[in-house]
Ligand binder design. Structure first.
Ligand code: AMP
Ligand code: MG
Length: 332
């Protein structure tokens, strides 16, 4: 079920893809649930396995801009972005070559994903390999824990390096805009004239951004820096108030490791938090009843982290310095 990506396992996986089956594959962002993008029935089964809303379209994974161009019209800006960032964690939404719609295309950098695309000789439709609404898997074991029995084979490429899903850029409209922030940052894309949407923008036009997302089994409280205090400074106060109300808090923050009596994860940098956030959510949901996360600043990869945290928390940020409260919105 979970297999090291040997030549034999890759050949088996490519055979499964060609036969219309699903394969769990590592990419540099998160683990994907891959199917032959040209096989409608196979793609339909992705939605069934993930319990994914039918109107949340899939990203199609290709090797390069040439293969992408057979499926969609990248246009001059798409070509430039592909040259600059592919293979890598950016998805381009462009006009499809088939019908009047759009298609989302990405060339992943992970060698196992690339070998699977090459060996199966098909573009691969692949959303994250989790049940819809859950945090994305960043190890093969996360995929196995959630989708055991539903996937033909899971290729184990080790933990993913980026840890958050790709940046999604819409090039199909008049103004190029970021639909979902990722490791290719808004700052980097501004140089190409791509506009940013604010984290938590409820009017974001990408269908997938409408849904509940990235939620562990326990409520998530997200703290952002206030005018006088940083979020990382006040998580212990929040933990105390929550503990007094009978909760078991777990803490996640970027900064100095310090002694705390609660379970948690301290990350050395925003990039490290991006890599480990989803794994921390999966680990801590089994040890605590509420997760308190100090959001990193809105710069670079911080935009993407804050976007995921915003959705994980159901669209609420709490500002450091405001009084802790124990209303976790559990009734929602
Ligand atoms: P996931 O597969 O869960 O990483 O989500 C894929 C993301 O790409 C979702 O946010 C989708 O809404 C977005 N996406 C895929 N195809 C399109 C498209 N044709 N137009 C706009 N967004 C898209
Ligand atoms: Mg997903």
């Amino acid at each position: 079920m979970v297999a090291a990506p040997t030549a034999q396992a890759l050949a088996l996986a490519a055979g499964l893809i060609r036969a219309g089956r699903l394969v769990g594959m590592p990419t540099e962002t998160v683990y994907g649930l891959a199917a032959n993008a040209l096989d409608v029935a196979a793609c339909t089964s992705i939605f069934a396995v993930k319990r994914r809303p039918a109107d949340n379209p899939l990203i199609v994974h290709v090797l390069d801009a040439a293969q992408a161009s057979a499926l969609g019209d990248l246009g001059p800006l798409g070509q430039r972005l592909a040259e600059a960032f592919w293979p890598g964690p950016i998805t381009l939404v462009v006009r499809s070559r088939q019908g009047g719609g759009t298609i989302a295309l990405r060339a992943p950098a992970h060698p196992v994903a690339r070998q699977l695309i090459a060996l199966s000789e098909r573009p691969l439709a692949a959303p994250s390999a989790n049940l819809s609404g859950r945090p994305s898997p960043t190890t093969a074991q996360h995929v196995a824990a959630e989708l055991a029995g539903l996937v033909g084979l899971i290729l184990d490429g080790g933990p993913t390096t980026v840890g958050l899903e790709s940046t999604v850029v819409d090039l199909s409209a008049k103004v190029p805009v970021i639909l979902r922030p990722g490791a290719i940052s808004p700052e980097a894309l501004a140089a190409y004239g791509v506009l940013a949407t604010a984290a938590g923008d409820s009017h974001a036009p990408s269908p997938g951004t409408r849904y509940r997302h990235y939620r562990p089994a326990i409520p998530v409280v997200v703290l952002v820096d206030g005018p006088n205090q940083s979020a990382a400074q006040v998580i212990d106060e929040w933990a105390l108030v929550l503990a007094q109300a009978g909760e078991v808090p777990a803490l996640v923050w970027v900064g100095d490791r310090r002694p705390t009596k609660w379970p948690g994860r301290c990350f050395a940098s925003s990039a490290a938090m991006a890599t480990g956030l989803f794994a921390a959510m999966r680990e801590l949901e089994t040890k605590a009843t509420v997760l308190v996360v100090a959001a990193p600043p809105a710069e670079g990869i911080g935009h993407a982290i804050r976007d995921r945290l915003w959705r994980a928390a159901g669209g609420v940020f709490r500002i450091a310095g405001q009084l802790p409260s124990v209303d976790l919105g559990k009734g929602d």
